[in-house]
Design a protein around this ligand. Structure first.
Ligand code: ADP
Ligand code: MG
Length: 705
């Protein structure tokens, strides 16, 4: 995996600040040291690369009379009163007066010592957010310092705010990091691992300068921390960070390349048979993507390829062709989907396609129990089962393959880098190095493909099968729900079918399914002539399959569903989709859902039924859906509006949350990063470990600040 254990650290780099423990600094005892470790700080170098989230401008002192509500400002004055108030909530209230006027400071949590330090007559410098109080300006819980102890002049640099953890207060952390910065400035230059060739070619700023600039930017740099403004210090660090991420993924790739994989070459009878029974011709995009894959499968090292294509571009057929190549050579194939229902859908597809060719298709999920499970396991172990479809259970429990040659992952944006790597490790621990094909549900922006998927080669299906009509998307407020329901009645009257998608109110699947049940009942009541069906994730597989089949057979007119139908339902006669609370979903997911309509030749509509009030960002996101049917464009917009963590679905895991880089802002660096990574790996492999230790360290979690 990407994180290194402490023991892995190479002894020859133990000279610089990366081997000086934080406890060498003033005020760092065992308890603080533990807190620092919790946020991944084990050395003075780690302190230097613990980068601010944002800055505050405390370079100026404002007069009380010039305070502005809603702004963070700094003031100096004398305490003229200090007493405990017993209102709804007990609080400590002080008055602070300067030459221009006075304001109130209020503390809801305070100690006796704190009360003493705020005695009448004390001269203070305070910093905080100005609010409207009952008697003029008021600040809750300002940061404060007695002027006698403070430096006489306020800081001449911006004040950094760092990510921290419980029990490690911002001022304390700031002072510790500041000591580390002093060390760098005084003498101990921080070691610059980057080769000179790269620094010079790209004109990168000196590392020591960059570190200084990031922790202590000059006051006039405040604007320069805007996302767009140029900033050489930040750029230098962002480059190094992106480079390190890329290198770590490329190195994993190189590891994989050093293993042997089975080679699939020559004529493939099964593919001939499959194409002959397929009711359509492959598109040019499908042909090109499959030819990339065939080329990989013929090589003696494992394929690691990402297959991208817009919703409905026909990725499954390409996956099937790839599977046939492996099966023809006598190997097994595992197809992994992120949800049970999607896995079931694939199982049905592959059975329909492959059983006529005499291929045994198996099904495996964590929920499978008893005899069917034991039998399935046995057939996989004996090799009778040639292709196995399932969820991540395919690699989690006691499954043993006889001869696994290809893993296909239908990623649906839900498997992050981490799971992908874990899967590869699991395969390696089983002593197999199968080929791997990763399919995404919807396109990923190029910038993300270049960073989060840097270990994979990339194929794009760049055209849709002929005969699709673009979906017309409408954004409608929930206040007009009645009209929308009437519209469904009209559509069903014309023998068309419709979907009604309920999104989650919270993460709970139970509540989600209940909401869908309630909605289905209400719609059935409002629409007596319409046959309403319901499908959600908590139904038994057989029940689900039956409802889906009835909908496909047009025995159901309106299918109410949770977001489960996002996954491969294919009903060309469905021409209307209503999505409730679309503002809760990512654009990629909305696009994926919408892709369920517009599969036939009639004009289709998608109604995004939003809840008022809708935030500005929400409005903007939904209008992207109205304006475009192009998954690649939508993916770029989604990234811009939500950030990479959300888009990749890895926000919680901390992956792709860079300390300083921002792949949208820094997109223009990515080509240089790519070239520099190749250069480092081939010419300076000895710096790789140091860079990874500096930037990736261990996996850490920050408290919210
Ligand atoms: P996705 O890329 O979203 O996974 P699918 O593989 O589910 O798309 O394909 C969507 C639909 O398009 C399926 O019904 C499939 O049978 C059909 N399809 C795939 N390839 C073609 C093609 N070349 N011509 C016509 N229809 C196709
Ligand atoms: Mg698909």
């Amino acid at each position: 995996m990407m994180s290194l254990s402490r023991q892995d650290r190479t002894p020859n780099s133990n000279r610089g600040l990366d081997s000086v423990p934080p406890s060498r600094l003033k005020g760092v005892g065992p308890s603080i040291e533990k807190k620092l470790a919790a946020i991944g700080i084990f050395s003075v170098q780690d302190l230097l690369f613990h980068l601010p989230l944002r800055y505050e401008d405390r370079t100026k002192v404002t007069l009380a009379a010039r305070a502005r509500v809603g702004e963070y400002m700094q003031f100096e004055g004398e305490i003229t009163s200090c007493d405990i108030q017993f209102g709804k909530r007990r609080s400590l209230r002080c008055s602070l007066r300067d030459s221009s006027g006075s304001m109130t400071l209020r503390f809801f949590h305070f100690s006796a010592a704190q009360k003493d330090s705020l005695a009448v007559g004390t001269q203070l410098r305070i910093y905080g957010e100005v609010k409207h109080g009952r008697a003029g300006f008021e600040i809750f819980h300002p940061e404060y310092k007695a002027l006698a102890q403070a430096k006489q002049i306020p800081s001449d640099t911006l004040t950094p705010i760092y990510p921290t953890t419980e029990g490690l207060l911002q001022p304390r952390l700031r002072s510790i990091i500041s000591q580390a910065v002093d060390l760098v400035i005084a003498n101990t230059a921080i070691e610059d691992y980057l080769p000179n060739e790269i620094i010079q070619k790209l004109g990168l700023t000196n590392l020591t300068e960059a570190i200084k600039h990031i922790h202590r930017p000059p006051a006039d740099a405040f604007g320069a921390w805007d996302r767009e403004a140029p900033n050489p210090g930040r750029d230098r660090l962002a480059f190094e960070e992106l480079l390190t991420h890329r290198i770590s993924l490329r190195r994993l790739r190189n590891d994989s390349d050093s293993h042997a994989a089975p080679q699939f070459v020559g004529e493939c009878q099964l593919i001939r048979g499959f194409l002959a029974q397929l009711p359509f011709d492959l598109t040019g995009g499908q042909r090109r993507a499959f030819s990339d894959i065939e080329h990989d499968l013929a090589r003696p090292t494992p394929m690691l390829r990402l297959l991208q294509g817009d919703v409905g571009s026909g990725k499954t057929v390409v996956a099937a062709l790839s599977a046939l190549r492996a099966i023809d050579a006598g190997y097994q194939v595992a197809i992994m989907a992120p949800t049970e229902i999607l896995a079931e859908q694939h199982a049905i597809n592959f059975k329909n396609w492959f059983e006529p060719l005499g291929i045994e298709v198996g099904w495996h999920s964590g929920k499978q129990k008893g005899k069917p499970r034991a039998e399935q396991l046995a057939r996989v172990a004996s090799g009778e089962c040639q292709i196995l479809v399932g969820t991540h259970a395919l690699f989690q429990d006691e499954l043993e393959y006889r001869k696994l040659g290809l893993i296909i992952i239908d990623e649906q944006h839900r498997f992050g880098v981490q799971q992908r790597l874990a899967l590869r490790e699991k395969a390696a621990s089983m002593n197999i190095n199968p080929h791997q094909l990763v399919m995404t549900a919807t396109p990923i922006p190029r910038t993300l493909a270049m960073s989060a998927y840097a270990d994979l080669d990339n194929s794009i299906i760049d055209e849709l099968p002929p005969g699709r009509t673009p979906v017309n998307t409408l954004i409608v407020s929930n206040e007009r729900r009645g009209e929308v329901i009437e519209r469904i009645a009209a559509a069903c009257e014309e023998n068309s079918q419709a979907y009604w998608v309920c999104t989650l109110i919270d993460e709970s699947e139970v509540l989600q399914c209940q909401a869908a049940e309630v909605t289905a009942a209400q719609l059935a009541e409002h629409l007596p002539k319409v046959r309403v069906g319901l499908v959600h994730g908590r139904m038994k597989p057989a029940e689900k399959a039956q409802v889906m089949a009835s909908f496909k057979a047009a025995e159901i007119d309106l299918l109410v569903a949770t977001t489960v139908i996002e996954v491969g339902v294919d009903v060309p006669n469905a021409s209307l989709m209503v999505i409730e609370n679309p503002e809760r979903l990512g654009l990629a997911q909305l696009h994926q859902l919408r892709g369920r309509v517009g599969r036939g030749s009639v004009k289709s509509h998608c109604i995004l039924l939003y809840q008022t009030p809708l935030s500005r960002n929400g409005k903007e996101r939904l209008s992207v859906m109205r304006e475009s049917n192009d998954g690649f464009f939508i993916a770029e917009k989604d990234l811009e509006l939500r950030g990479p963590g959300q888009v990749l679905g890895t926000a919680q895991t901390g992956l792709m949350q860079f300390r300083i880089a921002d792949i949208t802002r820094d997109a223009n660096m990515l080509d240089d990063v790519k070239n520099a990574a190749d250069f480092v790996l081939s010419h300076h492999p000895q710096i790789v470990d140091s860079l990874i230790r500096r930037w990736l360290g261990e996996n850490i979690h920050y408290a919210n600040v």
